[in-house]
Ligand binder design. Structure first.
Ligand code: NIG
Ligand code: FE
Length: 412
């Protein structure tokens, strides 16, 4: 099956050879081809180039992309889209003056979602979650990481991870699964934190790894949640079972989570709303991808990740949604890219690099996703007619997507 997309006004993120990630000043450069063609063969990018070099081919489908932009589908490396119900009441409580932390301290927050998750059947959780996955695919996401972390019991966590596995089996989008048993302490372990950590280490991790239900291990390293020491213990246990860390750090406080992540060679450290100079320094010359979640900053009215300082220091940066019922009930990567430009002062080029190739890196997918490179997955966004790709962040409330291709197939 061959699809030819011709007369593309501008083809973004073209990389002749596959790169792993992009850092610092290099992020300001987004390689593009004007007046381009792209050939999809089955599920892969077969070829691309300037229209004057269009080869003679027999395509099954020909799409005329005049006036339109084509770019790699978004790579969303941090989500919690498997959950039950919602937390709209907490949203209203926050409008009325309570903080996210105050709500959590009253037994709301993550524990509220955990209660709902454990009361809901696996089938029902799948049904609710698949709608969110379908929605984000329509919004241009072609690869997504999904975390557990609303079970907080071995049954609940396994249930979530099985739902993630089923989504991965039933949808063409690439999905990576992360075990986040260390998301919060369940109420009955409040006075026995080591008891819960022992359960994570001795029961949950071995069982999950044995059943091959997770690729990565995550911990919410934060004051009032998991300390740096506890985070290190859990990362270490995960690593012993082949789960590389991708951790929540520096959302509300800088307590040393970044340094702990680096020590254990974390694939990514995510959130980073509160960054001090030592945190930025520590990330230099490491393989750990910093991941910013601007929709979370927006929804909770907390600081944005200091992208400019980080890029100036030569660091790479990825952008992801954090789609979850509490801090970010949105999986719209287009909004993330726009918000990164508007609030974090990233340029459109930097934001697109962060949401494609660097997002792919933060899921271990940069060999197959995140750029227009021959042999990579044909996961693509085809925009509506637009004057230039600047429109993507500029027209922040508009849906500029005409078509999405995942694994070479047009989503309908
Ligand atoms: O990434 N910060 C920790 N976890 C999620 C929010 C979880 C929730 O509120 O349900 C986050 O923001
Ligand atoms: Fe998160």
């Amino acid at each position: 099956m061959i699809t030819l997309i011709k007369n593309i006004q501008e083809l973004l993120q073209v990389r002749e050879t596959s790169i792993e990630k992009i850092s610092g000043a290099e992020m300001a450069k987004l390689p593009t081809l004007k007046n381009a063609f792209l050939i999809i063969k089955d599920n892969l990018i077969e070829d691309f180039g300037s229209m004057e070099n269009l080869p003679q081919i027999n395509a099954d489908t020909i799409i005329d992309a005049s006036g339109r932009v084509v770019l790699p589908a978004w790579c969303d490396s941090h989500t919690h889209i498997v959950y039950a119900g919602n937390r709209e009441q907490e949203f209203v409580d926050r409008i009325n003056g309570l903080s996210y932390e105050e709500i959590a301290n009253r037994g709301g927050g993550i524990l509220n979602s955990a209660k709902k998750l454990n009361e809901t059947s696996e089938e029902e959780i799948y049904e609710q979650s698949k709608l969110r996955l379908e929605e984000v695919m329509q919004l241009g996401t072609g690869a997504v990481e999904i975390k557990s972390g609303y079970g907080l019991t071995i049954e609940g966590e396994m249930k979530m991870l099985r739902v993630i596995k089923k989504l991965a089996e039933n949808y063409p989008v690439s999905i990576k699964a992360t075990f986040l048993g260390a998301h919060a302490f369940p109420a009955h372990y409040k006075e026995n934190k080591t008891g819960y950590i022992d359960e994570i280490i001795t029961k949950m991790i071995p069982e999950i790894a044995q059943n091959k239900l997770a690729d990565y291990i995550d911990v919410f390293c934060e004051s009032g949640y998991f300390s740096v020491e506890e985070t290190e213990k859990i990362m270490q246990a995960g690593i012993e079972f082949g789960l590389k860390p991708k951790i929540h750090v520096n959302q509300f406080n800088s307590i040393g989570g970044i340094q702990a992540g680096i020590k254990y060679n974390a694939l990514s450290v995510d959130h980073l709303e509160i960054m001090n100079p030592e945190d930025i320094e520590a990330l230099k010359a490491t393989e750990t991808m910093p991941v910013a979640l601007p929709s979370c900053s927006y929804f909770l009215s907390i600081p944005y990740t200091p992208a400019r300082e980080m890029l100036k220091a030569g660091l790479p940066l990825a952008l992801a949604t954090d789609f979850n019922p509490g801090s970010t009930p949105s999986g719209n990567m287009n909004f993330v890219v726009a918000t990164a430009c508007i609030k974090m002062k990233m340029t459109p080029e930097e934001a697109i690099n962060a949401a494609t190739i660097n997002g792919a890196y933060a899921m271990g997918l940069s060999q197959t996703h995140g750029s227009i490179t021959k042999g990579k997955k044909a996961n693509l966004i085809l925009t509506k007619p637009i004057s230039s790709y600047y429109q993507i962040p500029y027209a922040f409330g508009s849906n500029l997507i005409e078509n999405v291709f995942i694994e070479g197939k047009l989503l309908t």
